[in-house]
Write a protein that binds this ligand. Structure first.
Ligand SMILES: Nc1ncnc2c1ncn2[C@@H]1O[C@H](COP(=O)(O)OP(=O)(O)OP(=O)(O)O)[C@@H](O)[C@H]1O
Ligand SMILES: [Mg+2]
Length: 307
């Protein structure tokens, strides 16, 4: 279990005497085996939270623990942690193959040439293995970053916007790879702005806004937090329509419309009473994007800067 306990991080600018509070008393918990997503607008504090979780940044207040222990730099725990930074910068005089050899060697685990060749193939980089990084495209470097992060199948994997710059084919392959890793028991922590991707991968999420936690919960609860509606279709063109049926129209003998989730029982009784045959009744869940917009309200202010 990984826990962020009442973490506050601020950055002071001594010259201008200003302070940016990147995280303000943030607490959340990631359970073993979770695919946990951190979501929020630009500047919300997601990458800062990831640095804290990785032990790369010590918060001014609060603690970060993994299995109850504080994370110490240099700890052997790092051998089982993969990390794809937000903007990976690798020594660009290396070739793709050399870089993978060097960076995958940092995990203090045996990584064979076969494993390296396999992952280069999977990431579509095998043909580019002799290309120097300075001659690689942004997406190619991102793929290298992913390859070095997952090659040892770490038990905790941190990914800061992993599919940024990836083509759709590799994105889809990579998503499947993450699902497989999760099934094998890896814990995955992912920062992403691609909410559809989060929805298909994550089981839990935290939404951060201007350095504060807005919500942390199972994804299913976050997407169910608003009012759900059933899309219904029933036979009975001439039939009376209940007052709560909205957006109603008729197609042939069918009445089509939408009812609030809590009116389902009443609607079933209405059908029964009027001997009307139900054709379709689908619950329209909110997407993560809908929930995110409802919770954040789309205001574009940066985190507080205090004089
Ligand atoms: N080294 C730093 N010095 C000063 N301010 C910083 C520093 N790093 C981050 N910040 C500020 O802290 C806040 C949170 O930044 P952070 O990078 O964590 O946001 P984010 O949620 O990852 O955003 P994005 O979606 O754009 O990656 C921002 O206001 C940012 O400007
Ligand atoms: Mg970030």
């Amino acid at each position: 279990m990984i826990q962020l306990n009442n973490v506050t991080v601020y950055f002071d600018n001594a010259l201008k005497s200003t302070r940016v509070t990147a995280l303000d008393d943030v607490s959340f918990t990631i359970n073993q085996g979770d695919c946990f997503a951190m979501i929020g607008q630009n500047g919300a504090g997601k990458s800062t939270a990831m640095y804290c979780l990785l032990g790369l940044l010590k918060p001014q207040k609060g603690t970060v623990t993994i299995d109850g222990k504080e994370f110490m730099l240099g700890s052997s725990r790092y051998n089982n942690i993969g990390y794809l930074p937000e903007e990976p910068h690798y020594a660009d005089f290396l070739t793709v193959e050399e870089a993978l050899y060097f960076y995958s060697g940092l995990y203090n685990k045996v990584v064979t040439k076969k494993q390296r060749d396999e992952i280069l193939g999977e990431m579509g980089l095998f043909d580019k293995r002799f290309t120097q990084l300075k001659k690689c495209s942004k997406g190619m470097k991102q793929k290298l970053g992913i390859a070095q992060a997952i090659i040892t199948e770490p038990d905790i994997l941190f990914l800061d916007e992993p599919t940024r710059g990836l083509d759709p084919i590799i994105s889809r392959y990579f998503k499947q790879r993450l699902i497989n890793m999760k099934q094998k028991g890896s814990t995955i922590i992912i920062n992403s702005h691609v909410l559809s991707e989060v929805e298909s991968l994550a089981n839990r999420a935290v939404i951060i806004d201007k350095g504060k936690v807005v919500v942390q919960d199972e994804l299913i609860n976050i997407t169910n937090s608003g009012e759900g509606r059933y899309q219904v279709e029933y036979e009975g063109k001439q039939a009376k329509r209940p007052a709560y049926l909205t957006n109603s129209r008729t197609t042939g003998a069918l009445v089509i419309g939408s009812i609030p989730e809590e009116k389902l029982g009443e609607f079933m009784a209405f059908l029964d009473k009027n001997s009307l045959r139900l054709h379709k009744c689908d619950l329209n869940r909110m997407t993560l994007e809908d929930s995110f917009f409802n919770l954040i309200k789309g205001d574009n202010n940066e985190p507080s800067t205090e004089a």
